[in-house]
Design a protein around this ligand. Structure first.
Ligand SMILES: C[S@@+](CC[C@H](N)C(=O)[O-])C[C@H]1O[C@@H](n2cnc3c(N)ncnc32)[C@H](O)[C@@H]1O
Length: 348
């Protein structure tokens, strides 16, 4: 409906505006670059472009009439970035290391800080909270650890006990505890792309996490059933929460190691969304009923970018199956010279 809306905003009656504003802030939907405006007895709250044509699921639960409109003559907030705020605090020769971006997950912020700024981490945290007064805690992000992709975080500012949040993405709600489970922000298009491919299918999501693929598939497609397998009990707990939050009743959650518990010969489509899962390709192919699709993710150096394709072909040959490679895409950069790739293959 609201596709192509320029400067999208939520128009809501003044009485409910504060509640809606708080909701939009807490979900990271409000566009802080534009100021709120008033139109008669309505308030116009700017929202980010990517939410203009999305179903703002939970907002409808507030039981308020709202409309997505185009904000007339938007007034832009004065840009203030982290570097500006820290100008007086960090010595000039170190200012080039100040992070240019950070992850906002609901009302929690994760920031990667280069070691050159170790002595200033707490000031950086406080400056970030100042820029995002509606966020409740800021954490230094040291990346993810091990097979279970456990986050390694250190508290910087705000409320240390505030680790659980809800992120709204593509009309889906993802509840998680940032200290316990990872949230991958770079591949939202990939999640929607897969959801849009599905028509009346049975899906096996072999590395479901908190439902990164399974939830959008359930919300945005007419999948018959989605088997969502997850080994990490913390992620599995939030997978169950997110199934409830999104009323994703066609998801069958399974706690355990997909190497051993992936159902065989049930699926029209298999998602292997873990970038270090080549040893699971055989199990993934065996999950396919007769013929079907596999979306196989791999972290691969550009110098050997054909490797995921070769791995799929070799495994299919071993199983006496045929594989057609439909697409090879970069999802995002992983590290210098290494990409996170996904291969779409038809196996029969
Ligand atoms: C990288 S995350 C999923 C990311 C998500 N698909 C995305 O791209 O945003 C991988 C998930 O697989 C889970 N996992 C790792 N090994 C597994 C296994 N053998 N069986 C089931 N789940 C596993 C991890 O706990 C983690 O939640």
């Amino acid at each position: 409906m609201n596709r192509n809306v320029r400067f999208p905003a939520i128009k809501v009656k003044k009485e409910g505006a504060e509640e809606v504003r708080k909701f939009l802030e807490s979900r990271g939907v409000k566009d802080r670059k534009r100021l709120i405006s008033v139109d008669g007895d309505h308030v116009i709250i700017p929202i980010k472009e990517e939410y203009a044509d999305r179903d703002l699921l939970e907002l409808s639960k507030l039981r308020m009439d709202f409309e997505i409109v185009s904000q007339d003559k938007p007034v832009f907030a004065r840009e203030r970035n982290l570097k500006d705020v820290l100008k007086e605090v960090i010595p000039t020769h170190l200012q080039k290391f100040v992070p240019k971006s950070y992850k906002i997950i609901g009302d929690i912020i994760l920031v990667k800080i280069p070691s050159e700024l170790d002595d200033f981490e707490s000031q950086i945290g406080k400056a970030i909270i100042k820029l995002h007064p509606n966020c409740r805690s800021v954490w230094r992000d040291f990346g993810k650890e091990g097979e279970l992709r456990k986050p390694n975080l250190r508290f910087l500012a705000g409320d240390k006990s505030h680790t659980e949040t809800i992120k709204l993405e593509n009309g889906c709600l993802f509840k998680l505890d940032v200290k316990k489970v990872m949230y991958s922000t770079g591949n939202q298009h990939e999640k929607m792309r897969i959801a849009k491919l599905i028509d009346d299918e049975v899906v096996v999501d072999m590395f479901a996490g908190i439902g990164y693929f399974s939830i959008p598939i359930s919300v945005h497609s007419n999948a018959r059933r989605i088997y969502s397998i997850e080994i990490n009990p913390d992620s599995y707990f939030y997978l169950l929460e997110n199934i409830k939050l999104n009323k994703a009743e066609n998801i069958v959650p399974i706690l355990g190691d997909s190497m051993y518990i992936t159902p065989e010969r049930v699926a029209d489509r298999v998602i292997m969304g873990h970038i270090f899962s080549h040893e699971f390709i055989e199990v993934g192919m065996k999950a396919i009923r007769e013929d079907g699709y596999i979306h196989y993710h791999e972290s691969v150096p550009l110098a050997i970018r054909e490797r995921p394709i070769k791995r799929l072909v070799t495994t299919a040959e071993k199983l006496g199956k045929k594989v057609e490679i439909l697409e090879y895409r970069k999802v995002k950069n992983y590290s210098p010279g290494v990409i996170h790739a996904v291969v779409d293959a038809y196996v029969h």
